[in-house]
Design a protein around this ligand. Sequence first.
Ligand code: AKG
Ligand code: FE2
Length: 371
Amino acid sequence: MLIVHMKIQLEKNNKIFVFLGSEKKELHPIWLRERVSEKEHLDANTEQRLFDPSFLKDITIKDVKIDNDLLNLEFSDGVKSKFDIKKIEKEFSSDEELERLMQPTLWNSNLKNRKNFKYNDNFLESGEMLELLKSFYKNGFIIISNVPTKDNFIVNFANSIGSIRRTNFGEYFNVKSKPNPNDLAYTPLPLSPHTDNPYRKPVPNIQLLHCIENEVKGGFSTLVDGFAVAENFKKEFPEFFKILTEVKVKFRFTDKNVVLENYGELIELDQNKRIKQVRFSTRLDFVPALEKDRLDLYYKARNKISEIYNSDKFLIKFKLNPGDLLMMDNYRLLHGRTEFNPNEGNRFLQGCYIDYDSSEGKLRHLLRKFS
Ligand SMILES: O=C(O)CCC(=O)C(=O)O
Ligand SMILES: [Fe+2]
């Protein structure tokens, strides 16, 4: 955290001013009254308020004194409170460290310096777990080995970061070749790089895949940094980039129980025109019937980005071994697998989803614990 050093000054009529660099700001009495932290006002376990500040009206400060690092206040409703000035200072500081840790470092197939993580019984609350999450935010994925290959252990793993995002595939799903599959993931067919479930509302943020068995010669896993490709695309093919950031494509999943649909751009930008999310799932995308010329451009752009997603310049390919668990950002990375022959042996992965509140919540928690 970047602490902004702050000076407090009391002026007449119990006005409290803070100086932040050259800026002078008056602290609002209700802003302070909301922050009283004595135990009759705040639950000690949850740090949640035992009063409702939205009911507070016409609050003024009756008395104020500074005593070293403490601000002693008496409010017009009779509440007396001691404020730690350092805590007020923190409210004016930005969470720069967290922002920096969560900043992606884009990569292509030359990706090096990948950290290896090895699971043990104490891993999930350890400093290593903090390193794992930092690495996840940096590269958009991590692989951790030695994760017990017990059936549905992935559920424990995911729930120790946050909470599983259950879907119509269940709390977790078995990725193996099976008869009458409701998704091509459950066949031995190759899967070109894709993002998962763009048809859900909202699209799951993070996918976990845990390898239980992998006895086949093929069945390699692939990953691509979609943000790196999109940045490259923007430079090399600006017209193509533009149309992929504009057209909202429909994605659709159906089986005998449900029809799921959602819309989104293949490259979605935020209000600052930064890349926010990529979507690519050419088995289930349906572009609207735009004007022919515009569709011409769209299809050329989709061909080109597909070519790049599948190219050796950006794609990494590796084998998941039993006990390996892959966790990846489904808004940034594309994943896939090469074809395999199910007659050679078993290939069995278990998968599930979690959302960013899980990974970010755990990151904040471990930062609080270890730094
Ligand atoms: O079989 C694999 O390695 C990946 C399958 C897949 O794309 C998925 O489960 O989302
Ligand atoms: Fe997938």
